[in-house]
Design a protein around this ligand. Structure first.
Ligand code: CP
Ligand code: NVA
Length: 322
């Protein structure tokens, strides 16, 4: 139990300042180096986090679990089907009770209002592990991956988003605003990102955030190309219709040829080869998706450390201090 009057929730990228984002990414890079060195680092001993997941997950679940175990702590996985939530217990009561047992709660659910409500009543940090509207941890590990592969500051890069104006697109929009990099999103008509999220970011960002329907325009001279599934979790019934509408938005060799020659391709995964991304691009030399997936674990460590305020809880001097 880590009850605090002001728990550090992480619900959307906009919750963080520019400095906090840069801090978390630089911390994740250090934690990655430490992990690779084989030196143990266990600041979370005696801490327990809960993962309350209402949607499937491979990467987010396992990366948070591995991250917490490597930090020396414990994890309990809470499938919503097995909780009293399923039988109507209010989110408020769930949050209050879980706060008495746990030190942090990672939530994957449908509406953003659900994580907001849990955070409102929780005395422990609540971390958004994906909602219909946002995927804020994912975008930080994506940007960490970009920073590893590009020897330039984010604000010197041109980023393209190709496909659905979904949760990932929203988190990228908020990140572009905070970090001041140029972002062009190519989405089919009717599948644009949320207008309010876009307008706010456009009005606050130091660099252009552009929405187009033309994927070629978006990737033209870009350094980073991002895509994601055409039918997110919850939209499975629309998959066939979306496959037709989104066909011109496939990230393939022809599209990639419009980008800079050293452009990198990101996909948060899971991928549908032959739909939003071709097999050749996913497995080709421009793809950084496997590094991107690995980096989730290092980034989740940084987020957990920050949320539970474990920074500085170091039992012995380690590579983090160098
Ligand atoms: N990228 C990502 O969040 O993957 P999972 O759905 O497997 O967690
Ligand atoms: N947009 C996708 C991301 C999966 C990690 C979804 O919400 O299903």
């Amino acid at each position: 139990m880590n009850n605090s009057p002001n728990p550090r929730h992480y619900l959307t990228v906009s919750d963080l300042s520019t400095n906090e984002i840069l801090f978390l990414i630089s911390r994740a890079l250090k934690l990655k180096k430490l992990y690779k060195s084989g030196q143990p680092y266990r600041p979370a001993m005696n801490k327990v986090i809960g993962l309350l997941f209402e949607k499937p997950s491979t990467r987010t679940r396992v990366s948070f679990e591995a991250a917490m175990l490597q930090l020396g702590g414990n994890v309990t996985f809470l499938s919503s089907n097995d909780l009293q939530l399923k039988r109507g217990e209010p989110l408020k009561d769930t949050a209050k009770v879980l706060s008495r047992y746990l030190d942090c709660l990672v939530v994957r659910t449908f509406g953003q209002g659900i994580v907001d409500e849990l955070a409102r009543w929780s005395d422990i940090p609540v971390i958004n592990g994906l909602t219909d509207q946002h995927h804020p941890c994912q975008v930080l590990s994506d940007i960490m991956t970009v920073m590893e592969h590009k020897d330039r500051e984010m604000r010197a890069l041109k980023v393209a988003w190709v496909g659905d104006g979904n949760n990932m697109a929203h988190s990228w929009i908020q990140a572009a605003c905070r970090l001041g990099f140029a972002l062009t999103l190519a989405c089919p008509e009717g599948y644009e990102p949320d207008r309010e999220t876009l307008n706010r970011a456009q009005s606050e960002s130091a660099a252009p955030i552009i929405l187009t329907t033309d994927p070629q325009e978006a990737v033209e001279t870009s350094d980073v190309i991002n895509t994601d599934v055409w039918a997110s979790m919850g939209h499975e019934k629309e998959a066939a219709k979306r496959r037709e509408i989104f066909a011109p938005y496939q990230v393939n060799d022809a599209l990639l040829a419009r980008a800079k020659t050293d452009a990198i391709v990101l996909h948060c995964l899971p991928a549908h080869r032959g739909e939003e991304i071709s097999e050749d691009v996913l497995e080709g030399p421009h793809s950084v998706v496997w590094d991107q997936a690995e980096n989730k674990m290092h980034l989740q460590k940084a987020v957990l450390e920050w949320a539970m305020q474990l920074e500085g809880v170091v039992s012995s001097p380690c590579a983090l201090d160098t």
